[in-house]
Design a protein around this ligand. Structure first.
Ligand code: ATP
Length: 618
């Protein structure tokens, strides 16, 4: 059991709370009863005329008169009833009492006052019912649903942060490969949480908030969790979107509640994932539903300001959109320490593969180097997934240990998709072979192109064939020559179809989409057009719905036309280059297509042997 739970359980409901609950519930129960007009069970409801006839027939033994109601007992069961009841008519009946006396019937009269009380009670009870419900719900709201099973709808103002006790955190820094700098940056926080008094004695203030910035799957959550484990403190984790509800104010009260809980168990570490979903720039242009987000953000900011200097709570927030964060969130005193988590480099990828292979039975001669080299752009999460895919493949095939071939196949599956059976006609297969040969040959002759890894006409995922290139090194920026070569290679498939079959097909749709996107980036964002010059025409926050629409494009219609023209020119120029290369090496194109039709899959080495010369590389 966690310490927080201990504390919650240390304050059981007071006994008089139970008495109050029982009182309210019984009140409501009786009130409900009053809605129903309970008649005595086994009593026959008869008309007044029949009642008098029964008197005359001497069937009645006794009567009780209460207001305008008469109930009585028969001398013997009639129609299986022993009792009856009836109602006086509105006018006086002077015959009734002589008739009763005549037949020697026992008559009792009940006081009319009692029925006034009953009446009063009946009228009051619905109100008592309403007041009871009101009292009960306000008590539930105040207690945040505690004491009521599951909390129900009443717990929506409670913090949704999940608390993991220090002993239950199963990861440590040993389980995190790479991220050397990030670990170093956080070591001070660990020391502070372990020993806050040391810092208090000197008067040193530790950063209240740390922002982890990095693409998805780079280990932000893992790092925060392991930091709590290393410091030996409880770990509260929540995602930004969990604060925000439809109702304004709920997010803010959840923030309050979360900080309150953390203070109770301090020293503690709070982790807010996807902080950008509440911490976006506060702007009137951001559209509807903003109030709740703003209130939540304001509450986070004021809680951070409210930290006493020596309070041993550290908040780590994670985002992959630092550009959209409100500047108030990142100013000194708030999330002022930023730790960047990049996609892992080759060395780190190798380590991550090894970390995740620890729990998998691996062949003794396993070599992670080639996979680490062929997984540029993979995040830690992708690499963990790759190892798992390899283990799944191995188990599915009934093998006892994962070897290099499983790693290779798992990589292809993750990058290219699962192999699939596609019933292609002979013509379609030939067209696909030329299409892929077109990409491969262009890549082979382009001086700045990445190395060819594989060209294949085995359908995978949505594609009928693939040409895969992998950079030999991790790249951070891309030169114009490299990008233009990439454009040419993307167009290689379509150009080959045009050259060989004298027509193009719909098979190049994806290539064209990619080429257009790349060309647009080159022209409008990366200043690679002489006509437009070194200007960026990129909206700072395109993914912010409504903002772009309200703010406008930020450039004139004339510029928009110019961008379109330049994009089109860039693509056409590279198309010409590709056409030229393919026409010049038509014989090689035919050889590659024929080899693909025969073997289905070729490596760069196969191409070198087939064509008899190495690839043109700068
Ligand atoms: P998101 O932004 O999508 O929330 P994240 O950056 O928080 O992602 P995590 O959830 O921490 O990423 O990582 C997902 C998984 O990837 C981890 O559980 C772990 O298995 C693996 N992983 C990521 N980075 C590393 C690493 N450096 N070393 C070992 N494993 C890693």
């Amino acid at each position: 059991m966690t310490e927080a739970e201990d504390k919650k359980q240390a304050t059981p409901p007071r006994p008089n709370q139970h008495v109050m609950d029982i009182f309210i519930i019984s009140l409501m129960f009786f009130a409900m009863l009053s809605f129903f007009d309970f008649e005595q069970e086994g009593s026959q409801d008869i008309p007044y005329s029949e009642f008098k006839q029964r008197l005359r027939d001497n069937d009645v033994e006794s009567v009780l008169i209460r207001g305008d109601k008469i109930t009585g007992n028969y001398r013997r069961p009639i129609d299986d009833f022993i009792q009856f009841d009836t109602t006086f008519p509105p006018m006086e009946d002077y015959d009734l009492f002589p008739l009763l006396e005549e037949n020697d019937i026992e008559v009792r009269v009940s006081s009319a006052e009692q029925s006034t009380w009953t009446l009063l009670l009946i009228n009051l009870l619905p109100w008592l019912l309403i007041i009871g419900i009101f009292m009960m719900s306000s008590r539930m709201l105040r207690s945040g649903g505690r004491g009521f099973p599951g909390g129900g709808v009443f717990s929506f103002t409670k913090s949704k942060a999940r608390l993991t006790n220090k002993d239950d955190i199963k990861v440590s820094y040993d389980d995190i490969a790479g991220l050397k700098h990030a670990k170093e940056d956080l070591s001070e926080v660990i020391d502070f949480l372990r020993n806050p008094d040391k810092y208090r004695a000197i008067g040193a203030k530790i950063p209240k908030g740390i922002l982890l910035i990095g693409p998805p799957g780079t280990g932000k959550t893992l790092l925060a969790r392991a930091t709590a484990a290393e410091a030996g403190v409880p770990f509260f984790s929540i995602t930004g979107s969990e604060f925000v509800e439809m109702f304004v104010g709920v997010g803010a009260s959840r923030v309050r509640d979360m900080y309150k809980e953390a203070r109770e168990v301090a020293p503690a570490l709070i982790f807010i994932d996807e902080i950008d979903s509440v911490g976006r720039t506060r702007s009137s242009a951001s559209g509807l539903g903003n109030d709740e987000r703003e209130q939540t953000l304001n509450q986070i900011l004021s809680e951070m300001d409210g930290f006493k200097g020596d309070e041993a709570i550290v908040v780590i927030a994670a985002t992959n959109r630092p550009d959209v964060l409100d500047s108030a969130l990142t100013r000194p005193g708030r999330f002022d320490r930023k730790v960047i988590l990049d996609l892992p480099q080759r060395e780190a990828r190798l380590e991550i593969l090894k970390v995740h292979a620890r729990n998998v039975v691996m062949a003794s001669d396993i070599d992670f180097e080639p996979i680490a080299a062929a997984t540029v752009g993979f995040s830690g999460a992708d690499l963990a997934n790759l190892i798992n895919e390899a283990a799944l493949l191995c188990a599915r095939e009934g093998k006892s240990e994962v070897d290099n071939s499983f790693l290779e196949r798992a990589r292809d599956k993750v990058v290219l998709g699962e192999k699939r059976e596609a019933l292609m006609s002979i013509e379609e297969r030939e067209r696909t072979a030329y299409h892929e040969a077109g990409h491969a040959l262009t890549a082979f002759h382009m001086p700045y192109a990445d190395s060819l890894r594989k060209v294949s006409i085995i359908p995978r995922g949505m594609a009928l064939g693939i040409t895969e290139q992998t950079p030999t090194e991790d790249k951070f920026t891309y030169g114009q020559h490299y990008l233009e070569d990439r454009l040419s290679i993307m167009l290689g498939g379509r150009c080959a179809e045009q050259l060989v079959f004298d027509e193009v097909s719909s098979g190049a749709a994806n290539d064209l989409q990619q080429a257009t996107t790349l060309a647009r980036h080159m022209i409008s964002e990366w200043g690679m057009s002489d006509k437009l010059g070194p200007l960026s025409f990129h909206s700072p926050d395109e993914s912010f719905p409504g903002q772009q629409m309200l703010a406008g494009k930020g450039y004139s219609e004339h510029t928009a036309e110019l961008i379109d023209e330049e994009v089109s020119k860039l693509i056409r120029t590279n198309e010409e280059r590709t056409k030229f290369i393919l026409a010049e090496h038509r014989g090689e194109l035919d050889s590659i297509a024929a080899a693909l039709l025969e073997k289905e899959s070729l490596s760069e080495q196969d191409l070198i042997e087939l064509l008899g010369h190495p690839a043109a590389k700068k």
